[in-house]
Structure formats: C-alpha cells, structure tokens
Design a protein. Structure first.
Length: 223
C-alpha cells in the first residue's frame, strides 16, 4: 500500500511471527525474508499467537533506538477493521485478495502501529498451500467406492473452488459465513443446499456447529 516496498511488508509480517511455535504460516513468512539477520535489530516484548477467534497474530516490538511499536498479520478483513487507513486502501486490498484467491493463494493482511498510534495497513501477502499430492487419488478412490466427499475449509470461497478444481471435485461450494444467521423458515432450503453442495468455505467455530446440525437434520451419511 502507498508505495511500501514488499520487503517492508514481509519484515513487519515476520516480526509478527514466531518460529518457536512451528506454525506453518509463521515459518512461511519467516522463510520469505532475504536476510534473517535483520531480525537481530529488533526485540519482541510481547507476542500473541494466532487463534480462530481473533484470526491474527500481534507483537509488540522494540528497535535498536529503543522505540516500541506493534505489528500484526492475519485475515485481511480483520486487519482492515483495525486499520485507520482502511477507507483509503480497502478497494486495493479486496482487489489483491480476490486476484490471489482465483489463483488458489490465501492472503494475509499486515499492519503496523506506533506504540500509542493507530494501525496502518501495509500490504497483502499471498500464501500458496497446495493440496497434498496423494489427495486427488484418495478422493477419486473414495468416490469410486460410493462415498460422497465434501470439502470443509476456513479458506475464502474463491480459494476453495480453485482447490476443488485441482482435486477433481465439484465446485458447488457454499459460503458458510452466514449459516448462523439463518431464519427458521429458511432452514429446510438450506439443509437441501448443504446436502447437494460439494463443500463449504469460511467454516469457523461459530459456523461449524450450525453446519453439523443441518447435516444431521438432513439425515445424510455423506457429509
């Protein structure tokens, strides 16, 4: 955003990562640094790991001048909600996220704030998380045996559809984000849609229980 070099986006994302946790996303971000020695110029005072509720990591960092600041990385929409410059950058962020998604890339938003300042959205990082090589054959075998295979993922809809294509699955993927808001008169229609779907995107703890409930109500052994 605003002409910020890619290296600065990666550095701030790396400062909001921790190798000790062996988190695959943190390791991928740290692995993107061209010079790991640059991290020696910073001291991490506090680190908040990723969790499915907050959907981001956060670190309080001090540089060699003794100045403290905060960095965060996580779901782009979550980082946008924090950012004071969200109104300016939101169209560009959404465009980048969508373009990455149709190529099968997940996206991370990265932001930074001075110790007492406001969050500023810095940029979007794409991550490639391809299916395992044996997944396509496993799914094909299961389907040949009469098992209906449905995708359940926390990824965005476009990413789920692109992954489904690579796996030879159907691309009738539902966005589960609004399942919890379903009104009573809509439940029968939604249950039918779930039964016919090839998979579900944006499934998080607050939507997974609703999805399970509809699957049980549909009395299906395929979900």
């Amino acid at each position: 955003m605003d002409g910020i070099p890619a290296g600065q986006v990666i550095l701030n994302a790396a400062l909001a990562s921790r190798a000790d946790n062996q988190d695959t996303i943190d390791l991928a971000v740290l692995g993107a640094l061209t010079d790991h020695k640059i991290l020696d110029d910073y001291q991490v005072l506090h680190f908040q790991p990723f969790d499915p509720v907050h959907k981001r990591t956060e670190a309080t960092v001090k540089n060699t001048d003794g100045k403290a600041f905060k960095v965060t990385k996580g779901a782009p929409q979550v980082i946008l909600e924090l950012a004071a410059n969200a109104g300016e950058v939101k169209p560009a962020v959404e465009k980048a996220v969508n373009e990455f998604a149709v190529r099968g890339f997940r996206s991370l938003g990265v932001a930074r704030a001075d110790q007492e300042g406001q969050w500023q959205f810095l940029g979007v990082l794409p991550l490639f998380d391809p299916p395992r090589e044996e997944a396509t054959a496993t799914i094909a075998t299961a389907r040949a045996m009469g098992v209906k295979v449905k995708m359940v993922t926390g990824d965005a809809l476009a990413i789920a559809q692109e992954t489904a294509k690579k796996l030879g699955m159907g691309t009738n993927i539902l966005d589960a984000d609004g399942f919890g808001d379903t009104k009573h008169h809509e439940t029968e229609q939604l249950a039918e849609s779930i039964e016919n779907a090839d998979g579900f995107a944006q499934v998080f703890p607050n939507t997974s229980s609703t999805l399970l409930m509809f699957c049980k109500n549909a009395d299906t052994s395929s979900a």
